[in-house]
Design a protein around this ligand. Sequence first.
Ligand SMILES: Cc1ncc(COP(=O)(O)O)c(C=O)c1O
Length: 402
Amino acid sequence: MGYDVHAVRARFPALAAGFAHFDGPGGSQVPDSVAAAVAATMTSPLANRGSVTAAERASDEIVLAARCAMADLLGADPRGVVFGRSMTALTFDLARTLAATWSPGDEVIVTRLDHDANIRPWCYAAQEAGATVRWAGFDPRTAELTVADVARELSSRTRVVAVTGASNLLGTRPPLPLIAAAAHERGALVVVDGVHLTAHAPVDVAALGADVYACSPYKFLGPHCGVLAAAPDLLESLEPAKLLPSPDTVPERFELGTLPYELLAGTTAAVDFLAGLDPDASGTRRQRLTASMAAVERYEDGLRRRIEEGLARLPGVTVHSRAAARTPTLLLSFPGRDPHDAYRFLAERGVNAPAGAFYALEASRRLGFGDRGALRVGLAPYVDDGDVDRLLAGLGEFLSGP
Ligand SMILES: Cc1ncc(COP(=O)(O)O)c(C=O)c1O
């Protein structure tokens, strides 16, 4: 049967508004089952996690189910799955916690390809600890971040290498297993920003070499919260600042305050939805997720190629997403034209493809786009050929205009 985009689209109530959504990398639309899971949690008896009342047990089950769902999605251990407000908040907390173990002269590596959420928390943490931040660059002509770019910054003092699984600006997928191997050889931890990658490809945190992997369900059809996955042993070895009466167990000791149970129920529903995207897949949820995310990857790559072919026929478009391995995310500029004009022009025609730097500020600056960025075309499982036609027609009209 294969990937059925019509059946997928039918599950997204927001698509009835008629917009073509190329804004998925900023946050995806949500299927009916995710919204229903959030609503069902909020209209059921609610209590904090516990074991005495039915409401307490329900919250507990929601948390444990969400840890298992995220573990299946990432190939992680559910006992090392931490939930939080956002990937940004989780990374700030982790950086502060790790920095408490650093000494002056220690080093942390960040990359100019990364979203600021995997850069600035490390800069603040390094400053507090008297550690040094070392910057790995990338080649703006090829959009590649190579293992050599990172390896040349490594030393025996490197404590953390913070690197993206995929750039939310360019789509570039750095060679994580090689980068991780080089980092591990020096005894450094590898902290991967998986926010953009998780939405577009099967993920196996161990195969990637990630000691810590952070992502955000609202980028993969779920609600607005953040997730961090690490080996339980690593989390056991860390002592985050926490309230005295809150649990000291792992992963709870990393979860500040009361968890958003309704969003965790929605996260599980999103993972279950993803697992069903390949209707031919069978086996465990992990196996169905791996097959389904591979199906999403193939489907989105097909759309991406159609867009690239269409763009090649338009005069005055430069595509900056050129890495050999990448997600279907295209960064476009229009020499002599303001990408923000294209953004507004398309929006008036019901095509959502925003312009900006999307918090990948260092990358945007390195590409020569400063803080204003360029136009980003992103894909999601519900984007179809009709959407692509509208995008290409809109851009064609924009480029032939004054
Ligand atoms: C690659 C990447 N990393 C990190 C983030 C930040 O995620 P959150 O909004 O959960 O803090 C984003 C959000 O756009 C992103 O695209």
